[in-house]
Every structure is written in C-alpha cells, then in structure tokens.
Design a protein around this ligand. Structure first.
Ligand code: BGC
Length: 269
C-alpha cells in the first residue's frame, strides 16, 4: 500500500474489474487506500483473484456480480455496496466489450449489445452513483468533491474505426454523455471525467499484441514505441479520483503513447 494514500477511506466501484484495464484500476485504487467493489458479470473466480490480490497488499475489497446493462442488477449492486461500504465516493465505469464485424454484416443484436454495455451501462451506473452522492452529502474529511465519476472511453471516441462501428459509436457517445453530465453536475460538486486509453495489453485486443508480427504492426500506430499496461491506466485513475485533480471536470485524458497524434502523417501528407 502507498505510504501516503490519496484515496484513504473512500469507497470505489470499478465495473468489469475482474480483468484487463478494470483489474489494473481496482488494484491501483486499493493501493491508494480505497475500499473497492470489484464488479464482474461472469467468471467469479477471476473477481475473487483480484479481491485476494488487494487483500494480500493490505487493502479492502469485495466482489459483486452484476450486468451493467440491466437496471435491476445495477440497482441491486449499489444497494449491496452501500450496505457493505456505507456509500460510494468513486465510480469507475469501465465495463465494456467489442463485437467486431464489417458494417454490412453487423447484426442488430451485436450493435445493441455493445451500446447496451458500453454506453447504457455507464449511464445506469453513473445515475445510481449520483443518487447516492446526493443522498450521502458532503464529507469534507474524505474529499472536497461530493463524488467522482470516471468513464472509461477510448481513443476511438476520436479515431474512426472501421470494422468496429458499434464500439466506436459507443465511445463517441460516452464523450458527450460525460461532458453533459459534468456540466449539469458541477454545481453539485460532482466531477465527471473520461479516460481514453489507446492500445493496452489486455484480453480484448490480444490478437494485436500476442505475436511479434502483430505487435510490430501495432507499434507503427504508437509513436512512443510501446504498448500500454493496465497499471498505466490505474495510476491515472487514482489521480483523477483524488483531490489532486479537484479542478478538473468534463475532460477526457488520452493515455495512448501518442496514438491520437496521427503517426501516419509523420512522414507523409
Ligand atoms: C480497443 C482496443 C484497441 C485500442 C486501440 C481500444 O479502445 O478496445 O481493442 O487496441 O482501442 O485501437
């Protein structure tokens, strides 16, 4: 555990925290003193592994199952969280999926599933978090904000992505949802921001980094010359959730090794 933890005593929910970026964020928040709910939808053993890892490091965590696209399950999860941890101070709305397909063959089912989880799921969790922030009221000793919401976006809120129209659309939607929420909720002292990762080494994009040929191709898109790690995102999430970033709301922080700098133009155009 960090010797001067930035999130001491705060309660955090990380959705989709049993793998990938969510796992990295859950470990990092716990390492900075937050009590963490590790949400998952399937594979409870992977969520329990994250909980054990946190406990091993002297932190506090519980695993809670819930499909973020289902209103009843989201409500039930928040009720359990409030029962266990008293409240919520930090939401990291991270759960997301890809269902990739060329456009003309994309099924309505795959379109809807991606939008339901990646966008509606963030709406449902953010709404419950805001309701709880307001019910609980300000606790100045814990944070100068009433609550903090971090939406997990992607470089593809900006970079169009053929073959992934459903996914890119969901991330574009997150950008406007986040900014509109931030504008509405700032007077209540609720901060809402997004993290937009580039290529991070996780299961969702395994095929672009797991062979050296694929990785070489990927690195042509990353000026900084390396793939990102879940812990890169974890460290940013800690900072965005902490009072160190208290004056930041309605912003997307890109964390992508320069992927959004159009590296194809460095020698062309
Ligand atoms: C996607 C990854 C992809 C990365 C960069 C992320 O949002 O989930 O599959 O590697 O963007 O293209």
């Amino acid at each position: 555990m960090n010797s001067s933890p930035k999130l001491q005593g705060q309660a955090a929910l990380v959705t989709g925290a049993n793998s990938g970026i969510g796992r990295g964020v859950a470990l990092a928040l716990a390492n900075d003193g937050a009590k963490v709910v590790v949400n998952y939808v399937a594979a409870p053993e992977s969520a329990e592994e994250v909980v054990s890892e946190i406990k091993k490091n002297g932190g506090l965590a519980i695993a809670l199952q819930g499909d973020v696209s289902r209103e009843d399950e989201v409500k039930a999860m928040f009720e359990l969280m409030v029962k266990e941890f008293g409240t919520i101070d930090i939401l990291v709305a991270n759960a997301g999926i890809q269902k990739d397909c060329n456009f003309e063959d994309m099924s309505l089912e795959d379109w809807n599933r991606v939008l339901d989880i990646n966008l509606t799921g963030q709406f449902l969790c953010a709404r419950e978090a805001v309701r709880e922030f307001i019910r609980r009221g300000m606790v100045k000793e814990r944070s100068c904000a009433l609550g903090k919401i971090i939406c997990m976006s992607s470089v593809h809120q900006e970079i169009p992505w053929g073959g992934h129209v459903n996914y890119a659309t969901s991330k574009g939607g997150i950008n406007m949802m986040m900014k509109s929420m931030a504008q509405e909720l700032a007077p209540k002292k609720i901060r809402v921001n997004s993290i937009a990762p580039g290529a991070i080494e996780t299961g969702i994009n395994q095929k672009v980094w797991s062979t050296s040929a694929a990785l070489d191709r990927l690195l042509t898109l990353i000026p900084y010359g390396r793939i990102g790690m879940p812990d890169d995102i974890g460290k940013l999430a800690v900072w965005l959730a902490s009072d160190e970033s208290d004056y930041i709301t309605g912003t997307t922080v890109f964390i992508d090794g320069g992927m959004t700098l159009y590296p194809g133009f460095s020698t062309n155009g």
